[in-house]
Design a protein around this ligand. Structure first.
Ligand SMILES: Nc1ncnc2c1ncn2[C@@H]1O[C@H](COP(=O)(O)OP(=O)(O)O)[C@@H](O)[C@H]1O
Ligand SMILES: O=C(O)C1=C[C@@H](OP(=O)(O)O)[C@@H](O)[C@H](O)C1
Ligand SMILES: [Mg+2]
Length: 179
């Protein structure tokens, strides 16, 4: 067991935020939330529908509202997987840095591409060439993930359980260094 605040996973599409977040929550006996799923439940619609009807801007508004509600002071610590674009808005980055332990799940573009190749619910990958999109997003977002991250964990060619164990080790090391 570890005495840590809400653990938030950030990183690109296909890094494993949703998958690893669920494993971590089981290991830590904490509730797991995925901001994309919370958004969809609240909207009563899936992400492609939100992008189509409200545009990316509408989705980002919902994303910030969801982050705000998940990080309210009185929340018991949970595990929260975010969507890949959570770091785009400065107000989101400010919230992430304020009160939580942020884990950047790093994945190469090649690995992102491989893991999202069968995906149908990522609208940004339906616009143009997915590899070009992921490369463009990586160059914009990698520095932003690093800006908010408490720890960075490599995910390429690692089994999900191995990644979860590496995340736990990195969190323990980070907390020990803070003492
Ligand atoms: N470490 C891993 N090794 C192999 N497949 C993975 C790994 N992490 C995630 N995946 C797979 O990649 C896809 C995307 O994972 P997901 O958790 O949805 O990523 P994200 O939430 O970061 O977009 C899923 O099919 C998932 O099963
Ligand atoms: O990178 C992004 O901008 C997005 C990533 C998605 O989440 P995952 O990172 O879990 O795929 C989802 O929030 C939406 O499609 C936008
Ligand atoms: Mg996800």
């Amino acid at each position: 067991m570890i005495n840590a605040p809400t653990i938030i996973l950030v990183g690109p599409m296909g890094a494993g935020k949703t998958t690893i977040g669920r494993l971590l929550s089981q290991q830590l006996d904490r509730e797991f939330f995925d901001s994309d799923r919370v958004i969809e439940e609240k909207a009563g619609a899936d992400i492609p529908w939100i992008f189509e009807k409200e545009g990316e801007e509408g989705f980002r508004k919902r994303e910030t509202q969801t982050l705000q509600s998940m990080l309210q002071d009185d929340q018991t610590p949970v595990v929260l997987a975010t969507g890949g674009g959570i770091v785009m808005k400065e107000e989101n980055r400010h919230m992430l840095k304020q009160q939580s332990l942020v884990v950047y799940l790093f994945a190469s573009v090649a690995q992102q591409l491989q893991r999202t190749s069968k995906s149908n619910n990522r609208p940004l990958l339906k616009q143009g060439n997915p590899k070009e999109t992921l490369n463009r997003l990586f160059s914009i977002r990698d520095p932003l993930y690093r800006e908010v991250a408490s720890v960075i964990v490599e995910t390429d060619s690692r089994h999900p359980k191995t990644v979860a164990n590496k995340v736990m080790d990195a969190i323990k090391k980070h907390l020990a260094a803070e003492v």
